[in-house]
Design a protein around this ligand. Structure first.
Ligand code: PLZ
Length: 457
């Protein structure tokens, strides 16, 4: 097969911002009108430009605008959009066969992805994996496995957590609007405890790890009972909830508590995994070895795939036929994952993510000095955020975050917001983004702050 890029997209797309109409332009606006008449209102858009091609860290829209992508489709296209090895493997697979259903007649690609997951996830214990379609499905299945293996019901989750939009994962997700409002009743036996959130911890960041562990283990003891807890599920760096990085020592302490009480420690690495934070997995930073690791998003370069990987004795506790789904581990998605993982290893994308952090963090810290509305600069690798507040307070300023995001969008930089209070701007560039493009994106962001009304800073 030819290794030359195939489409108008892919890595050969010029890595340059180029704005030729207002954003969104007339072609996108016309499509948006069709969209309003045909697509359910419940699906929102961060930036309503209709994409026609994408490659590396650039999105091209229907009006011919080229935008810098600091979102990666919510942390998915870490290897770049339409990455060469992903495209080649997908084309090869899609022309061989598209689907059999792994539960009907298996194929090697599924096994290869599981072998890779078992090899790459933390710990050298015996592991097994199972593949699904989405992050939420991975979370659902982790809970099924943990409950089956322990014979216990309770699941412990955290303030600011995001785990998905299915019924069980809505119960596990913290934020009401827009995720849960009107969608109950929710699944039972889900218990929420505080998150170690250094910026907002009442006792201050230095006390946060120890105090949070005390509060959490105390609540579990008094309100749930350790012996009833099947799993503690945590995002090692929280994503939708605000890119909250727990203080050093917190995750190891939590993992130890779980080990002491026979609780399955589940790391939801759906957003933080696959090189995003500068390690293959965010828990690697402190050498934490979860019992189960959940992956999705970045695993397959943009195709839908998710995995649950963990201790063989937990994974294999489930009876034959107890796990599955029609499309889970689809052969095309598996081929894409193999191409994405090969790219991550070949191009050393953990190092690329660290380099991105080294470029973003100093510039953002300088920006925070100029604009006291930036209350916190945080993150690791290429999972970086700034939290906006009313200057000199902890009061969240979601309006300022929205205004900055709007100004960035108008100038051709796609940024995402997040956070329980909607006041966090997050930066998730593809890990292959060039330094020049990163730097230009930061300049657009700096201009957006300069254009904020003075009352906001
Ligand atoms: N766990 C940690 O970040 C998905 C949500 C976008 P799915 N985050 C993006 C939205 O508004 O729907 C996510 C996550 C973590 C689980 C999930 C769920 O993954 O693939 O969206 O189901």
């Amino acid at each position: 097969m030819s290794m030359s890029p195939i489409g108008p997209g892919g890595p050969s797309l010029p890595q340059q911002r180029r704005i030729v109409t207002e954003i969104p332009g007339p072609a996108s606006r016309a499509l948006l009108e069709r969209r309003q008449r045909s697509v359910a209102r419940g699906l929102g858009h961060v930036l309503p430009v209709f994409v026609t091609a994408a490659g590396g860290g650039i999105l091209v829209d229907a009006d011919g605008n080229s935008l810098i992508d600091f979102g990666s489709g919510i942390a998915v296209t870490s290897v770049g959009n339409s990455a060469e090895l992903v495209v080649n493997r997908v084309i090869e697979q899609v022309s061989q066969f598209t689907h059999t259903c792994f539960m009907v007649a298996p194929y090697e690609g599924y096994v290869m992805v599981c072998e890779e997951l078992n090899r790459l996830t933390p710990g050298d214990h015996d592991k097994r994996s199972a593949l699904f379609n989405s992050g939420a499905e991975a979370v659902e299945n982790a809970v099924k496995i943990a409950r089956h293996a322990t014979g216990r019901d309770a699941v412990v989750v955290f303030d600011h957590a995001y785990h998905g939009r299915t019924n069980l994962t809505m119960a596990m997700t913290a934020k009401n609007m827009p995720y849960k409002q009107g969608f109950g009743p929710f699944a039972s036996d889900v218990y929420r405890v505080p998150m170690a959130y250094p910026f907002r911890w009442p006792g201050g960041p230095a006390a946060c790890a120890a105090e949070a562990l005390d509060v959490i283990t105390g609540l579990i003891h008094t309100q749930v009972g350790e012996q009833n807890v099947a799993a503690v599920v945590i995002e090692p760096i929280q994503g939708e909830g605000g890119f909250i990085v727990p203080p050093d020592g917190f995750l190891p302490g939590l993992a130890q508590f779980c080990a002491d009480h026979g609780i399955v420690f589940v790391a939801d690495e759906v957003q933080s995994g696959f090189c995003r934070t500068g390690d293959w997995f965010a828990v690697d930073h402190e050498g934490v070895v979860p019992d189960l690791v959940l992956t999705a998003k970045g695993i397959a370069g943009g195709l839908p795939l998710a995995g649950v990987t963990g201790r063989a004795e937990l994974m294999d506790a489930v009876h034959v036929g107890g796990l599955g789904g029609t499309f889970g581990g689809n052969p095309v998605a598996c081929a894409a994952a193999l191409g994405a993982i090969e790219t991550m290893a070949k191009e050393d994308l953990p190092a690329a993510a660290r380099r991105i952090g080294d470029i973003l963090l100093p510039r953002l810290r300088m920006l925070a000095e100029a604009y006291p509305a930036i209350g916190d600069v945080r993150g690791r690798g290429a999972m970086i955020a700034i939290e906006l507040v009313r200057p000199g307070t902890l009061e969240p300023d979601g309006a300022a975050a929205a205004a900055v995001a709007r100004a960035c969008h108008a100038a051709g930089l796609l940024v995402l917001t997040c956070g329980t209070y909607g006041n966090v701007l997050r930066f998730l560039p593809p890990l292959v983004m060039s330094e020049a493009l990163l730097s230009e994106g930061l300049s657009v962001l700096e201009d957006a702050f300069a254009a904020l009304p003075a009352t906001a800073h």
